[in-house]
Write a protein that binds this ligand. Structure first.
Ligand code: HEM
Length: 520
């Protein structure tokens, strides 16, 4: 075929050498096609390599995406979807692009190799509202302010010395709960989760008020505080359509922002009162003694940083946001873990018996458990570890959000995507764990992350562990427990702000120690 005819024009300067006799030899045509084809292949494969694709994932409806298919237990649904779409997949929820990751290798990629890129959160409107737009630790963007708050929290407030200094306070709250059970509940059904919750909220509010309010003030404020915190947690756990369709945010259709503002203001008033009392006491003490030498409560530490006239100074608003973190991070996580551990032990009475034997050996049958005993209770430690493997309170951690588009497992994750790390699925993966028979792990790839990992790892880990161990040890050492009617406890889950038991564990205590004076 005369090539020049293809263009429909006469041969110009460039083609004149080809067009001598108006036809190309077949060998030249084949060679040209091969060269062109090879170039095209190289170009296509280079472009494909350079431009990674989004991960695969289910389609969902137009506009709504996968929203209509979501249920309350996202962690379970996400694990089921992983069976179809693999360890990394995407979902559109309304206008929000989400990526779910559930393999140890890819999770490591996020929390270790690309930790800085993924060190941001994607807070919901409710979370932004109670944290003054992300002035706290949990929702602050990764940067100098977040670093300063974390440093203060980890090095000063959660240092071993400071946690030890608060032991007498924790001890008095635990003793009070034992007294209450012994006084009113022997032989009666007890809601263990509620018992643990009340003990922990008393410990935590005592730790930041440091006894500045006096007995009556604490009881009065404690009651108001408990009600407000319960409301706040409920609002925080509810899905909000404005989070998935940001253009609706201004209408606040479900009233989530309004309700959160209202309850946050109530809590803020309590904080303001406690902060003022603390400032007053601090001034009195420094007037009397020049320097405060006794134990420092959380607020003392924070106020010291507030007074510094340097870039290390913390504002009153940041102090209140941080107190919110302590409350929200602390009061639901530890009691829920205690409740799960007790439920698992009710299902496996031989485990409870062994834990009680360990306590008898270490503590003594006529002594109270003290926090220093905790280090000598390896069996109880392994029960807590196994509980957090099976029932991590944050099964999807707190979602991460990349600050720039990046590549994970050969797929692109665009900037601003909400990234869920499904540790719940990882903790139960039969490829890595001999579940459910035992917690034996196979291979070195296993990841166990109930407290998260990387820069955003749980900042309250030392306090959380102490509270869980101390409470569990006390409940097991002081009482024998049985199920009403002998029925096995239900272990189905409900994901709210934390992964709770869907029905509360209600069990009956009887005293275990001979010396009944220890209960009063
Ligand atoms: C059994 C107890 C606890 C468990 C299982 C737990 C678990 C977690 C998890 C999984 C995260 C997310 C980590 C990540 O994204 O990688 C987290 C973050 C956090 N936790 Fe805990 N937590 C516990 C107790 C506490 C306590 C007692 C406090 C406060 C006193 C606390 C305060 C926080 C804060 C402020 C963050 C956000 C850290 C950041 O974004 O930099 N937690 N926790």
């Amino acid at each position: 075929m005369p090539i020049c005819n293809l263009s429909g024009t006469s041969c110009g300067r460039w083609s004149s050498w080809m067009c001598k006799d108006k036809e190309l030899p077949p060998v030249l045509i084949i060679a040209s096609i091969s060269i062109l084809g090879t170039c095209l292949l190289v170009w296509v494969s280079k472009t494909a390599r350079g431009k990674a694709q989004l991960p695969p994932g289910p389609r969902g409806f137009p506009i709504l995406g996968y929203l209509p298919f979501l249920g309350p237990n996202l962690h379970q649904l996400f694990m089921e979807l992983a069976q179809n779409y693999g360890p990394i997949y995407k979902l559109s929820i309304g206008q929000k692009l989400c990526v779910i990751i559930s393999s140890p290798t890819l999770v490591k990629e996020i929390v270790r190799h690309q930790d800085v890129t993924f060190a941001n959160r994607n807070p919901t409107i409710a979370a932004k509202t109670f944290s003054y737009g992300g002035k706290d630790i949990a929702f602050a963007p990764y940067g100098p302010e977040w670093r300063l708050l974390r440093k203060v929290f980890v090095r000063e407030m959660q240092s071993n010395a400071n946690l030890d200094a608060f032991y007498s306070l924790r001890r008095s709250k635990v003793k009070k709960s034992v007294r209450d059970v012994y006084g009113k509940k022997i032989g009666e059904p007890v809601d263990v989760g509620e018992l643990a919750f009340l003990t922990v909220i008393n410990m935590i509010s005592g730790m930041f008020s440091g006894g500045n309010l006096g007995q009556e003030g604490e009881i009065d404020i404690g009651a108001k505080f408990r009600v407000a915190v319960a409301e706040l947690v409920e609002i925080l756990g509810k899905p909000n359509v404005s989070d998935f369709f940001p253009f609706l945010a201004r209408f606040d259709i479900q009233g989530v922002k309004r309700k959160m503002e209202e309850v946050s203001q109530r809590i803020e008033k309590i904080y303001d009162h406690v902060i003022d009392q603390c400032i007053k006491k601090k001034q009195q003490q420094s007037g009397e003694m020049g320097e405060i030498t006794d134990r420092k409560d959380f607020l003392h530490f924070l106020l010291e940083f507030k007074e510094q006239d340097t870039e290390k100074s913390i504002s009153r608003q940041q102090i209140k946001a941080l107190l919110m973190d302590i409350v929200i991070g602390g009061i639901d996580t530890s009691p829920t873990t205690v409740e799960w551990a007790m439920a698992e032990m009710m299902l496996h009475p031989q485990v409870m018996k062994k834990a009680q034997e360990e306590l008898t050996n270490v503590v003594g049958i006529n002594n109270l458990v003290e926090e220093f005993h905790i280090q000598e209770l390896p069996y109880l430690h392994s029960i807590v570890k196994e509980t957090l493997r099976l029932h991590p309170v944050a099964p999807l951690l707190l979602p991460r959000c990349p600050t720039e588009s990046c590549n994970v497992g050969g797929y692109i994750i665009p900037k601003g995507t909400k990234v869920f790390l499904n540790v719940w699925a990882m903790h139960r993966d039969p490829e890595f764990w001999d579940y459910p028979q035992s917690s034996n792990q196979r291979g070195s790839l296993v990841l166990y992350l109930p407290f998260g990992s990387g820069r955003r790892i749980c900042v309250g880990l030392p306090l959380g562990e102490r509270m869980v161990m101390y409470l569990l040890a006390t409940f097991l050492h002081m009482f024998n427990w049985k199920l009403p009617g002998g029925a096995n406890p239900d272990t189905s889950e409900k994901l709210g702000i934390v992964l709770e038991k869907s029905t509360p564990l209600v069990i009956i205590p009887t005293p275990r120690l001979f010396n009944l004076e220890l209960y009063t």
